[in-house]
Design a protein around this ligand. Structure first.
Ligand SMILES: Nc1nc2c(c(=O)[nH]1)N[C@H]1C(S)=C(S)[C@@H](COP(=O)(O)O)O[C@H]1N2
Ligand SMILES: [Mo]
Length: 377
């Protein structure tokens, strides 16, 4: 039996373990008897830095689940709330929350990260939750999609002012948050509309009353405060598809570099070390991996640039959850050490090394193998 200790105790343990006050990242509770081995490569935590979630608990507690909102969080009235379907369909409809909740229930664990998550911020922008809702596919099939419908646009109720420039003049125009999927991707059986998170009504900051969950997608695809779905024939090029959340990456082709700008969508294969603990001279490396839906073949860990060794994948992992892993390392010796992890999927794709991403010029989708430095007291 292990007794969870409080967050405050975890911080004290971290401090006692030798981290300087400026890098006292408050990692969540540990089992009793375990100590955190501090990371020495984290930049100083900003005063309002986001706290990473527990990398040992399979489901991320709602209080530890990161939130991102690009516009002010909208108010809503559950009683009058309707989800509207419009565009290239034969039967436009509006569904209230009770009407949606009468549809077949779907429940799945889905983990995702913000495409801006990274190791220097201690991977705080990732979480894994159990979502309850209903499948989108059956609703789309009821709408009578016209042959010309190619794109499904999902709008949130949140809005904000954006600068639009034309001919040298700039105007502030109010726009909504929106993202789109190709019809074929929107019809994948795992895409859902969710109203419950970890057994609770969806919290307002996480998108109440209704959000889209697209397993395998970066966070930005999981549209919160969803109130309108529109079918159209053309590409939707809203801010979060075409100007923001766009990755610029060069590809060496012969003696030329071709510059590719792509929209952030399916998660790139990634793993990261989130926490290293010790009990006496035995250390345990804890981390998570994320995929676009492909099964993992392995996660491997390398200590001090030694050979890649297989980590243990957590038995609680499900197809679309984050994939927790751990690796035991015996015979700790004091001093500085490096720890890295890499994921390999069942298509044989290997998480790229940081050097392989030298031509990736934007900060999004940072999935390179990251060599973490720790100090053993
Ligand atoms: N309507 C709406 N949906 C949104 C956003 C938003 O600003 N507005 N942010 C997106 C981004 S960038 C991320 S990373 C996830 C974060 O989801 P969470 O706040 O539940 O963690 O929500 C996505 N859905
Ligand atoms: Mo995000």
């Amino acid at each position: 039996m292990t007794t969870p200790i409080t967050r405050r105790t975890a911080v004290q343990t971290l401090l006692a373990a030798g981290a300087s006050a400026t890098i006292a990242w408050p990692f969540p509770a540990l089992a009793q008897g375990d100590e955190v081995i501090p990371f020495v490569d984290l930049p100083p935590a900003a005063p309002n830095a986001r706290v990473p979630p527990s990398f040992t608990s399979f489901l991320t507690e709602i209080s530890q689940f990161f939130t991102v909102a690009h516009y002010p969080v909208p108010d809503y009235d559950a009683a009058s709330y309707k989800l509207k379907f419009t565009g290239l369909i034969d039967r436009p409809i509006e569904l209230s929350l009770p009407e949606l909740q009468k549809r077949p229930r779907m429940e799945q664990v889905v983990g995702f990260e913000c495409a801006g998550n990274n190791n220097p911020r201690a991977n705080a922008l990732v979480g894994n939750a159990r979502w309850v809702g209903t499948g989108l596919r059956a609703i789309l099939d009821d709408l009578g999609l016209r042959d010309t419908a190619r794109e499904v646009v999902f709008y949130g109720a949140d809005r904000g002012l954006e600068d639009v420039s034309h001919g040298g003049a700039t105007e502030r125009v109010e726009q909504h948050f929106g993202r789109s999927l190709f019809v074929d991707d929107a019809r994948r059986p795992e895409v859902m509309l969710a109203w419950e998170m970890n057994g609770q009504p969806l919290p307002r900051v996480h998108g109440a009353p209704l959000r889209l969950i697209v397993p395998g997608s970066y966070g930005v695809g999981n549209v919160k405060w969803l109130n309108h779905v529109h079918l159209q024939s053309t590409r939707y090029a809203g801010r979060f598809m075409s100007r923001d959340y766009v990755t610029l990456q060069g590809r060496q082709m012969g003696d030329q570099v071709i510059w590719d700008e792509s929209w952030v969508s399916r998660m790139r294969l990634k793993s990261a070390v989130g926490l290293v603990t010790r009990r006496g001279n035995n250390a345990r490396v804890h981390g998570f991996a994320l995929t676009d839906g492909a099964r993992l073949r392995a996660v491997e860990v390398s200590i001090n640039s030694g050979p890649w060794q297989p980590a243990t994948l957590d038995a609680r992992n499900t197809p679309h959850s984050w994939q927790l892993f751990s690796y035991d390392w015996q015979g700790l010796v004091p001093g500085e050490h490096t720890v890295a992890s890499r994921a390999i999927n069942n298509r044989g794709e290997v998480q790229p090394a940081e050097e392989d991403l030298a031509l990736k010029k934007t900060r999004w989708e940072n999935n390179g193998i990251f060599v973490r430095r720790i100090r053993v007291a």
